[in-house]
Design a protein around this ligand. Structure first.
Ligand code: FAD
Ligand code: SF4
Length: 340
C-alpha cells in the first residue's frame, strides 16, 4: 500500500483517537491543534461520568496512542489557507508550513456556551454563580470547602443553560449536561455531606448506560432533591446570599429559595472557528450551526466535499464514548477512501 498523508484538524479525544487508528493502518498523520496542548476538553474535566474515572487516565491513554512514529503532532498551529488540487489538499499552516494531504479529518469539537449571555442568572456578576466547567476546576483542588469564602449550606444546579432555548437560538439539547449535573451533585455531597443539593430541570435525559443508575443513586443514597422547573432569576440579597425564583412545574407553584451557590449547566456550542473552516473546505453547516454530515445514518463521518471527513463534537453534542466510536468510524472511512 502506498503511504498516504491525512491532516487532522483538532487534537481533542476525536482527533487523537482517529490519528492513532489511522497510524495503526499504516497512514501518515499530521495532527494540527490550535492550542498549546492536545486533549481538548478532557483537560478541563476532573472525574468522568458515568463511571467516575479520572479524566487524566483517558488523557494519558490518548497521549500514549498518538506517540506513534506515523503521527506528527503540531500544537499552537492554525490552518490559514487551503488549496485543492485534484484529490489533494494543500494546507498552509502557521509559520508558513505547508502540508499536502490526501484526506482531511475535521475534529474541532465544541465550546462551552457563554453563560453570561443568560443575564438573569448573574454569571460574571455574582461570585456565587459558577458553571459546570468552573466546578470541575474546583473539584481538582483537594479541599472543596476551602475554595469558598463562606460555608456552602445549600447549592442549586440549573439545567439547560444555553440549550433548548429559543432566546439564544440554541434549540438542541446538549445531551451531556443532565448526567453531568447528577454526577457533580453526588461529588458535591461526597465532599460536603452537610450541604443541601437541589437540581432544577426541564426533563431528565439520562440516555446512556448507567446514567439512570447514577440518577437513582443521587436521590436514594445522597438525598439530592430534583425539582422540575426553570429558574427565572437569581439576585443577591442584603446579607450577600443569592435568592432564586423558580416555578415548580409539577406542583404548579412558584418558588423562592436562598442558596449559597448556583451552578449553571452550560451547554455545548460549535467551536468559534467552524465557520471559517466551512468556507475553506466548502462544508455544510446545519441549522444548529454544527457541521452537517452527508447522511445522518449511513454517512455520518462524510462531508459533501470529497476527501474531507468529520468526527466528534464538531458534528453535535456528544459524550466521549460516542466521540471515540465516531473517530474510529472516520478512520475506517478514510482508509476505504484512500485505498480505493
Ligand atoms: C461540562 C461538561 C462535562 C463533560 N463531562 C464528560 C464526562 O464526564 N464524560 C463524557 O463522556 N463526556 C463528557 N463531556 C463531553 C466531552 O467533553 C466531549 O465528548 C469531548 O470533549 C468531545 O471531544 P472532541 O475531540 O470532539 O472535542 P473537544 O474536546 O472540544 O476537542 C476539540 C479540539 O480541537 C481544537 N480545535 C478547535 N478548532 C480548531 C482549529 N480551527 N484548528 C485547530 N484546532 C482546533 C480544540 O482546541 C480542541 O483541542 C462533557 C462535556 C461538558 C460540556
Ligand atoms: S442534557 Fe439535560 S440539561 Fe442538557 S440540554 Fe439536554 S435536557 Fe437540558
Amino acid at each position: 500500500m502506498q503511504t498516504k498523508t491525512i491532516a487532522i484538524i483538532g487534537a481533542g479525544p476525536a482527533g487523537m483517537e482517529a490519528s492513532a487508528s489511522l497510524a495503526k493502518l499504516g497512514h501518515q498523520v499530521v495532527l494540527i491543534e490550535k492550542k498549546a496542548s492536545t486533549g481538548g476538553h478532557l483537560n478541563n474535566w476532573h472525574h468522568l461520568f458515568p463511571d467516575r474515572r479520572p479524566a487524566k487516565e483517558l488523557l494519558q491513554k490518548l497521549k500514549q496512542e498518538v506517540n506513534h512514529s506515523n503521527i506528527e503532532v503540531m500544537v499552537n498551529t492554525a490552518v490559514h489557507e487551503v488549496k485543492q488540487n485534484d484529490y489533494r489538499y494543500e494546507l498552509v499552516l502557521s509559520e508558513k508550513n505547508v502540508i499536502n494531504a490526501n484526506a482531511v479529518l475535521i475534529t474541532t469539537g465544541f465550546e462551552l456556551f457563554d453563560a453570561a449571555k443568560k443575564e438573569e442568572y448573574g454569571y460574571g456578576i455574582y461570585n456565587q454563580v459558577i458553571t459546570n466547567s468552573d466546578l470541575e476546576q474546583l473539584f481538582q483542588a483537594d479541599n472543596l470547602a476551602a475554595q469558598f469564602k463562606k460555608p456552602v449550606k445549600r447549592v442549586a444546579f440549573v439545567h439547560c443553560v444555553g440549550s433548548r432555548d429559543a432566546k439564544v437560538n440554541n434549540h438542541y439539547c446538549s445531551k451531556v449536561c443532565c448526567v453531568t449535573a447528577v454526577k457533580q451533585s453526588i461529588e458535591f455531597k461526597e465532599r460536603m455531606p452537610e450541604t443541601e443539593v437541589f437540581c432544577f430541570y426541564m426533563d431528565m435525559r439520562m440516555f446512556g448506560p448507567y446514567y439512570e443508575e447514577l440518577y437513582r443513586e443521587a436521590q436514594e443514597k445522597w438525598g439530592i432533591v430534583f425539582i422540575r422547573g426553570k429558574i427565572s432569576e437569581a439576585s443577591q440579597t442584603r446579607d450577600g446570599s443569592l435568592q432564586i425564583k423558580a416555578e415548580d412545574t409539577l406542583a404548579s407553584k412558584p418558588l423562592r429559595m436562598n442558596t449559597d451557590l448556583l451552578v449553571l449547566m452550560a451547554g455545548m456550542v460549535p467551536a468559534e472557528g467552524n465557520e471559517h473552516i466551512s468556507r475553506q473546505f466548502k462544508l455544510a453547516i446545519g441549522d444548529n450551526r454544527f457541521f452537517k454530515s452527508k447522511d445522518n445514518h449511513f454517512d455520518n463521518q462524510l462531508s459533501d466535499t470529497p476527501g474531507v471527513f468529520l468526527a466528534g463534537a464538531c458534528l453535535a453534542p456528544m459524550n466521549i464514548t460516542d466521540t471515540i466510536s465516531q473517530a474510529r468510524a472516520a478512520a475506517l472511512r478514510i482508509h476505504e477512501y484512500l485505498t480505493n
